[in-house]
Ligand binder design. Structure first.
Ligand SMILES: Cc1cc2nc3c(=O)[nH]c(=O)nc-3n(C[C@H](O)[C@H](O)[C@H](O)COP(=O)(O)O)c2cc1C
Length: 400
């Protein structure tokens, strides 16, 4: 199968699996500990049914969403995925360009390879910037300054990895940062010649460009990665978030919020939006699936700020389920990563096209003409689902 023939995200996953050495494919796939959380994310969607309302006029379907004062073409964006450049050289830029051309947001990971300044030039209106704060506060302040100087509008702080999680599958596989290719790993990698050739042709391990200025002159990519690991994760408190809020004039989003009280506190200190997430099952095994906490977060916030979610989305109809449970917008991590790994820029485009087509088709098949009209009345589900009106959250009025 070629990338152009892929019919689903699962097809792109199969192609990505074929291309990557096992240790790297499993870096995408892995969760933490016994990987119950990872499984829970996908199972959570299986608990719900979309309840169709037939015979309305659905000849034209609208999946556009207005978020933070901007219209996006679809209700999903691309979540931050660190080390994407290790999986395919240039993946960050490919994802940014694919998002720009599809008019979707792309969140560059704080552990990304592409310099934030280059991404800002390529896709100034579509790149949001994820921050991994450093233990050295001066570094954090400088990264935030660079994001601002690059003209980017949106900062995303992930709160769900205060310490390095227990990624047993990766450890068992011998994954470490910096990447050390032991003979057994190299031998297996040789069975994926396409990836090896591409990796070596582009100079091997990519630099984590954002961190280069802080690691010291003349450091190798491995040394920069080791420096990053010595600085991150760094424990953040509400006081740090408030300080960042004061320093950052643009849109400020917290990713990983699950408790309704935390969401309310975020809104109270001027946070512009939350992403309900369990890091795609990569943080802590007993965390709830975001679908379990989304309705309560939505209800607690009462439309004050947008509620977004990610974790487990592989099909367009899952964005509809998330919407019915209260999400104003969703993000995908692995879905677009499979695409870019499998086929570079064309693969990233393909993943977006697949999800977009599935959302359009799903709207038609449940008789709903527009994504923004979806609410709890379209959902049949196991847990009690609070019905909520279509949200009209206040658009953040933010100067950039
Ligand atoms: C390989 C990989 C790397 C990730 N790196 C980051 C990261 O650097 N920062 C972050 O906040 N989340 C990171 N995530 C989590 C994603 O942003 C997102 O929450 C998750 O992938 C969503 O779940 P899904 O993959 O099931 O769509 C990563 C996820 C994956 C799969």
């Amino acid at each position: 199968m070629k990338v152009s023939e892929a019919l689903s995200i699962a097809d792109l996953r199969r192609l990505a699996k074929r291309r990557l050495p096992r240790i790297l494919f499993e870096l995408i796939e892995s969760g933490v500990e016994d990987e119950h959380g990872l499984a829970r994310n996908e199972e959570a969607f299986r608990q719900f049914r979309l309840l169709p309302r037939y015979l309305g006029d659905i000849a034209e379907r609208d999946q556009t969403v207005r978020l933070f004062g901007r219209d996006y073409a679809s209700p999903f964006g691309i979540a931050p995925t660190g080390f994407a450049g290790l999986l395919r050289h240039g993946a960050d830029m490919m994802l940014a360009e694919a998002a720009r051309d599809a008019n979707l947001p792309f969140i560059i990971s704080g552990a990304g390879a592409a310099p934030v300044e280059d991404l800002a030039r390529a896709a100034p209106d579509h790149v949001w910037c994820h921050l991994y704060p450093a233990k050295d506060r001066a570094i954090t302040a400088d990264i935030v300054r660079r994001i601002r100087d690059a003209g980017l509008s949106t900062l995303v702080l992930t709160v769900d990895n205060p310490v390095y999680p227990n990624r047993e599958r990766d450890t068992r596989n011998g994954f470490s940062l910096p990447l050390r290719l032991k003979p057994s790993i190299l031998l297996e990698a040789l069975t994926h010649p396409g990836w090896i050739a591409h990796y070596l042709r582009h100079g091997g391990m990519p630099y984590m460009s954002t961190w280069v200025p802080y690691a010291g002159e003349g450091k190798s990519a491995a040394e920069v990665a080791a420096f990053f690991r010595s600085q991150s994760p760094s424990i953040q408190t509400w006081k740090d978030v408030e300080a960042l809020r004061r320093d950052w004039p643009g849109i400020f989003i917290l990713k990983g919020i699950q408790h309704p009280d935390d969401a309310v506190r975020a809104a109270e200190i001027g946070i512009d939006g939350v992403i309900v997430s369990n890091h795609g099952g990569k943080s802590f095994d007993p965390l709830p699936s975001p679908l379990e906490t989304l309705p309560a977060v939505k209800a607690a916030l009462k439309g004050r700020i947008p509620v977004m979610m990610d974790s487990g989305i592989r099909r367009g109809y899952e964005a509809l389920i998330a919407r019915c449970l209260g999400a104003d917008f969703v993000f995908v991590g692995r879905a677009t990563l499979y695409g870019v790994v499998a086929g570079g820029r064309a693969g990233a485009d393909k993943a977006i096209q697949i999800l977009r087509k599935e959302i359009d088709q799903s709207l038609a098949l449940i008789g709903c003409p527009s994504f923004s009209q979806l609410d709890g009345s379209y959902l049949l589900g196991a847990p009690a689902v609070p019905r909520h009106p279509c949200p009209t959250f206040q658009q953040a009025e933010v100067e950039t």
